[in-house]
Design a binder for this molecule. Structure first.
Ligand code: SAM
Length: 274
């Protein structure tokens, strides 16, 4: 696929985009890999995509090149804006760049329903951005899917099942509202500069209804207390929220540990709490 734009290495040199660690900047230059991520996000089917942190635009170009009708990209580093303007000129009317911090942005005002989110997220704020998307009030959310790069360890926490050492608050929150799976791993050497760990691409799709009914705020209280002391029995760690009485009400063995409980059981505890 040739978009007539200069290779990414040239873009970086031309616009003086020395990667900044403080902004989680690890850029992808491998066009086969960016195309693979864009296809995993569904770009070949057209539609609108939201990208957080386009940087010099490797993934942005892949999304547009693979067939996205529109990309809305939010970038915090103003140094990247001229490079992104060049991509917008090569794909007239198809790229909107928002100069903002994605954590602060009121996305409901810029995103159309059905938008798909695709991003090579900055490691330092990736989890916070995911939690922002998972904890919106209205469900199902405005977005139809998330195709996201994380450090492998974070991907394992998002997708872990009960009984796994990676199972925790993030697994329960993500899988209560979404289906979540790891699609493939990405070697550190695919990035410039290479991060110290392997990365993974994770795909999340919102469930029409959460896995079991309960209030999000109650579920968060229960999982925070439970996994805050993950080695302890729940009758101990849930003491401040009702201890054995609460567990009995939810029909759960008071000697269980948090990693033994499936998500429906955390939801039962959240309902018992309210
Ligand atoms: N998408 C590019 C790629 O794949 O090569 C760059 C990915 S790099 C890992 C993360 C990008 O997110 C950087 O361009 C960085 O400036 C941007 N970024 C960091 N924090 C951000 C924030 N809070 N809001 C928006 N963009 C942010």
């Amino acid at each position: 696929m040739s978009d007539g734009l200069p290779p990414l290495r040239e873009v970086i040199a031309l616009h003086n985009l020395a990667p900044k660690k403080s902004l989680g900047q690890n850029f992808l230059f491998d066009l086969n890999l960016t195309a693979k991520i864009a296809r995993a996000a569904g770009a070949q089917g057209g539609g609108t995509f939201y990208e957080v942190g386009p940087g010099p635009g490797g993934l942005t170009r892949a999304l547009l090149g693979e067939g996205a009708d529109k990309v809305i990209a939010v970038e915090r580093d103003v140094r990247c804006l001229p490079a992104l303007e060049e991509i917008a000129a090569a794909y007239p009317g198809k790229l909107d760049v928002v100069s903002a911090d994605a954590l602060e942005l009121d996305e409901a005002s810029v995103l159309p329903p059905g938008v798909r989110i695709a991003a090579n997220l900055p490691y330092n704020v990736g989890t916070a951005i995911l939690i922002k998307w998972l904890t919106v009030e209205a469900w199902p959310p405005v977005w139809a899917s998330l195709t996201l790069m994380f450090q492998k360890e974070v991907a394992q926490r998002i997708t872990a099942r009960a009984g796994s050492e990676h199972y925790g608050r993030l697994s329960v929150l993500a899988q209560w509202r979404c289906t979540a799976k790891t699609l493939f791993d990405v070697n550190p050497h695919a990035f410039v500069p290479p991060p110290s760990v392997t990365s993974s691409i994770v795909r999340l799709e919102p469930r029409h209804e959460p896995l079991a009914p309960c209030r999000l705020s109650d579920l968060e209280k229960i999982t925070a207390a439970s996994f805050g002391q993950r080695r302890k029995m729940l009758r101990q760690s849930l003491k401040p929220l009702g201890g054995e009485g609460l567990l009995e009400k939810a029909g759960i063995d008071p000697t269980a540990r948090p990693e033994d409980l499936i998500i429906e059981q955390f939801a039962a505890l959240a309902r018992a709490l309210s």
